[in-house]
Design a binder for this molecule. Structure first.
Ligand code: PMP
Length: 378
């Protein structure tokens, strides 16, 4: 079978269709809260951008120079010195570009387990063999990575080191240093996928892996701090690789939407994105706290869950021999939803796990949804 035919449709995307009934309180999708979009700011930015006819024209593959410079400046300000980025159509496209440019069919990609399932799909479609690396509360386990390196010689390590999807976990600073050292000494690329890093609700920032490793390709996104419908992301890499990714992107889509890039550049020029992110963090932090507070009376004794410092997700594991996909059917009949954990595993799924997102419901809705869920789980 051709390799694209063997890649299943994302169960999460399929599920979103079922959870969109208005009476369902959904903890399933990893979506930003729509009521917190800066709709007025973005409308003004599009209006400003559209005063110039050239934003309706074809444009260079690398992206809008003003946007590239603003994003580079922002990354530098966050502790990741950056001279240039490639603008991508969401960070999802950056994942495809990485897979196309760097992976021969049969190449080994090491991933933290569990991990972002659309990254798994992307690497599978490139014909890669995916090898899981164990993780714990501090993120990827460097000892497990060492064993994988010795046995499999990976070409690439894919990581969401900060507030991971699906676990919410963050790779500690000392482990980042170990990963950087291993990448340098064993000559593999690290993909640091960082759409959630700015959404921190407590504690202090951990320096990006890319700031201590020149073997790291860093992916950022406007989706979680701005608006995902604009489909804007960026890729930072050493200059020669950045050029290669640009050539691959040319074949993929010529360039990312000119008008969306121009609007983002106008938005970043005339608005305080940091202040907007702070507003998001206040609201999401309250939602996170509401979910964590409701959990002990929602889940059965013996359940474990992560306690994320940021991002969008709590990851749970139920006791005993249960299948969260079966429980989801019950949950949907009680008008509440979550995402079963199995698809986030590269190889052997743990069916007792599931992911809950706290971003799109208010604390009151979260308490309501959690009491519905308690009827299913307890
Ligand atoms: N990486 C991770 C870890 C994600 O969770 C997501 C979106 N859910 C993406 C990449 C893709 O984001 P986008 O293409 O909207 O930037």
């Amino acid at each position: 079978m051709h390799r694209t035919l063997s890649v299943a449709s994302s169960p999460v995307r399929d599920l979103l269709a079922l959870t969109s009934r208005p009476e369902v309180i959904s903890f399933a999708g990893g979506l930003p809260a729509p009521e917190l979009f800066d709709q007025d700011g973005l409308r003004a930015a599009y209006d400003l951008a559209l005063r110039d006819r050239s934003v309706l024209q074809y444009a260079p593959t690398e992206g809008n120079p003003v946007l590239r410079s603003l994003v580079s400046h922002r990354l530098t300000g966050r502790g990741l010195p950056t001279s240039d980025v490639l603008v991508t159509t969401g960070s999802q496209q950056a994942l495809s570009l990485v897979a196309t440019a760097l992976l021969e069919p049969g190449a080994v990609v090491a991933v933290e387990e569990p991990t972002y399932l659309a990254a798994l799909q992307c690497f599978q479609m490139a014909g890669a063999r995916i090898v899981p690396v164990a993780s714990d509360a501090d993120g990827l386990d460097p000892d497990s990575l060492r064993s994988v390196i010795a046995a499999e010689r990976p070409a690439l390590l894919y990581l969401v080191p900060t507030f991971a999807n699906p676990t919410g976990r963050t790779l500690s600073a000392s482990r980042r240093a170990e990963v950087a050292e291993l990448a340098a000494s064993h000559d593999f690329w690290v993909v640091e996928d960082d759409p959630y890093g700015e959404l921190r609700y407590r504690g202090s920032a951990v320096a990006p892996l890319a700031s201590i490793s020149d073997r790291t390709i860093y992916l950022g996104s406007f989706s979680k701090i701005g608006a995902p419908g604009m489909r804007l992301g960026w890729l930072r890499a050493p200059a020669d690789l950045l050029r290669t990714f640009g050539i691959v992107k040319q074949a993929a889509d010529l360039h990312t939407s000119t008008v969306d890039q121009a609007a983002a550049a106008a938005y970043l020029t005339h608005n305080d994105l940091d202040a907007h992110v702070t507003r998001l963090c206040v609201a999401y932090g309250e939602r996170r706290d509401a979910m964590i507070a409701a959990l002990p009376s929602t889940v059965p004794d013996g359940t474990t869950w992560t306690d994320p410092d940021g991002g969008m997700f709590v990851w749970l594991r139920l006791p005993g021999d249960v299948d969260s996909a079966e429980l989801l059917k019950d949950a949907l009949s009680h008008d509440v939803a979550f995402v079963p954990g199995a698809p986030f595993f590269a190889t052997t799924p743990d069916h007792a796990t599931f992911r809950m997102s706290f971003t799109t419901n208010t604390p009151a809705e979260i308490f309501d949804g959690m009491s519905r869920l308690a009827k299913v789980l307890r």
